[in-house]
Design a protein around this ligand. Structure first.
Ligand SMILES: Cc1ncc(COP(=O)(O)O)c(C=O)c1O
Length: 368
C-alpha cells in the first residue's frame, strides 16, 4: 500500500518546530500578555529588517490588511480599483468592503495581471491598483510602477502569497504605496491561526494604518478616526517569531523539491510547468501545473492517495457578488486547467518522485 501524500497536513510539521512553538506558548502563558506587547514589537522589527522597509505593522489577517490599506489611502464609494480576475477572493472583497468598485483585468498565462491591458481599464475614477503576486510569483513591479506613477494611481501590493520573493533586490510587498501580507497557516510563513501585516515606507500612511487597525486610536481612549479592531493576536506574533527562524531553510528546501518536480515532469508534453519558479522573484509558495485534462488527472491522483488543490476553480468576476458580465479568457482558461501539487518543506524527495511517477502513469490523451 502506497503512502498517502496529502496536499498539505500541518500536523506533520517537524518535531523541533513543534517543541519551539510549545516552548513559546508556555512562556507567553506565564507572561500573561495576550494583546500587543513584546512579541508584536519583535515581530514588527523582524519583518522590517527582513524585508528592508521602514514600517511593518502586524495585523489580524491579509484580508484586513487589504481593507486597511484601501482605507488609509481614502478609497471608498465612487472609486475604482483595478484587480486581477484570478486571485483569492479577498483581493476584490476588500475593495467591495470599502464601498469601491473592483474593476477586473485579465491575466497572462501565469495568472499575473496582464499589464498590457491597463490602458483599457483606467478611468477618471481609478484610484488604485492591486497587483497580486499569485502563487508566489511577482508581477513586473518596475513596469507597473512606471504606469501607476504616470497615471497617479496608488499601488497596493497583495503579497499574501509571496513572502520571501525578491525582484531586483526588493522584496514583494515593498514596491507599492502599501504592501499587504497574510500569515494564514498554509502560507510559506504561516501562523497557527490568522495573522497578517501591512508594509509601507511612508510615515504618514504608517501612522494612519496604525490608528485604523486599533479603533482609530492614537493613544488609549483618544480616537481620531473610525477604526477597527484589526490587531494581531500576540500569541500568533510569538509563533511567527519562532517560525521566522526556520524560514530561510524552508525556502531552500522548497526550491530543492521544486527542482525535482521540474526535472521529473519535463518530458510530459501534456502539462505545462511553472518555469520561473526557481527564480528569486518566486517564493515557490505553490507548484502549479496546467493541463487540459486537469480534472481527470486530479481524480487519478486522488485514487493513488495523492492530494492536490485548485487555485482557483472560479475566477472572481464570475462569482455572484462580483459579476460584471465581461469575459476574461486567459484567467478563465487558468481556472479550468491549473492544478496545485503538494509542496511543503517537510516533504521528502521520495514523495515528490512518487507524485511525478504517478503523473507519468496517468494516461494523458493526445489531443488533436
Ligand atoms: C492572494 C491573497 N490575497 C489575500 C488573502 C487573504 O489573506 P487572509 O486569509 O490572511 O485574510 C490571501 C490568503 O488567503 C491570498 O492568497
Amino acid at each position: 500500500m502506497n503512502k498517502h501524500i496529502p496536499f498539505l497536513d500541518l500536523s506533520q510539521i517537524p518535531l523541533d518546530l513543534k517543541i519551539a512553538l510549545k516552548e513559546k506558548f508556555s512562556q507567553m502563558l506565564d507572561k500573561g500578555v495576550f494583546s500587543g506587547g513584546e512579541e508584536v514589537e519583535i515581530l514588527e522589527k523582524n519583518l522590517k529588517e527582513y524585508l528592508g522597509i521602514n514600517y511593518a505593522l502586524a495585523c489580524s489577517n491579509g484580508t484586513d490588511a487589504l481593507e486597511l490599506a484601501l482605507r488609509a489611502l481614502e478609497i471608498g464609494s465612487g472609486d475604482e480599483v483595478i484587480v486581477p480576475a484570478i486571485s483569492w477572493v479577498s483581493t476584490a472583497e476588500a475593495v467591495a468592503l470599502v464601498g469601491a468598485k473592483p474593476v477586473f483585468i485579465d491575466t497572462d498565462a501565469s495568472g499575473l495581471m496582464d499589464l498590457d491591458l491597463l490602458e483599457s481599464k483606467i478611468s477618471s475614477r481609478t484610484k488604485a491598483i492591486i497587483p497580486v503576486h499569485l502563487y508566489g510569483n511577482m508581477v513586473d513591479m518596475e513596469k507597473l510602477l512606471l504606469w501607476s506613477k504616470k497615471n497617479k494611481v496608488a499601488v497596493i501590493e497583495d503579497g499574501a502569497q509571496s513572502f520571501g520573493a525578491v525582484l531586483k533586490g526588493k522584496h514583494a510587498g515593498t514596491w507599492g504605496d502599501i504592501g499587504c501580507l497574510s500569515f494564514y497557516p498554509t502560507k510559506n510563513l504561516g501562523a497557527l491561526g490568522e495573522a497578517g501585516a501591512v508594509l509601507t515606507e511612508d510615515s504618514i500612511l504608517a501612522e494612519k494604518l496604525r490608528n485604523l487597525l486599533n479603533h482609530g486610536q492614537t493613544f488609549r481612549d483618544h480616537h481620531i478616526l473610525v477604526g477597527r479592531n484589526a490587531r494581531i493576536d500576540s500569541i500568533q506574533a510569538g509563533f511567527l517569531n519562532v517560525k521566522l527562524g526556520f524560514f530561510s531553510a524552508w525556502q531552500k528546501r522548497r526550491k530543492n523539491l521544486v527542482s525535482i518536480y521540474l526535472q521529473e515532469l519535463k518530458d510530459i508534453a501534456s502539462i505545462s510547468l511553472p518555469q520561473e519558479i526557481l527564480s528569486p522573484f518566486h517564493n515557490a509558495h505553490l507548484f502549479i501545473i496546467k493541463t487540459s485534462q486537469r480534472d481527470d488527472l486530479r481524480q487519478f491522483l486522488a485514487q493513488k492517495g495523492i492530494g492536490t488543490a485548485i487555485h482557483y476553480p472560479e475566477i472572481i468576476p464570475y462569482m455572484k457578488p462580483y459579476l460584471d458580465g465581461q469575459k476574461y479568457p486567459v484567467a478563465e482558461m487558468m481556472s479550468k486547467t491549473v492544478l496545485s501539487l503538494p509542496l511543503n518543506p517537510w516533504m521528502k524527495n521520495a514523495d515528490v518522485k512518487r507524485i511525478c511517477k504517478e503523473i507519468r502513469n496517468f494516461g494523458f490523451q493526445t489531443l488533436v
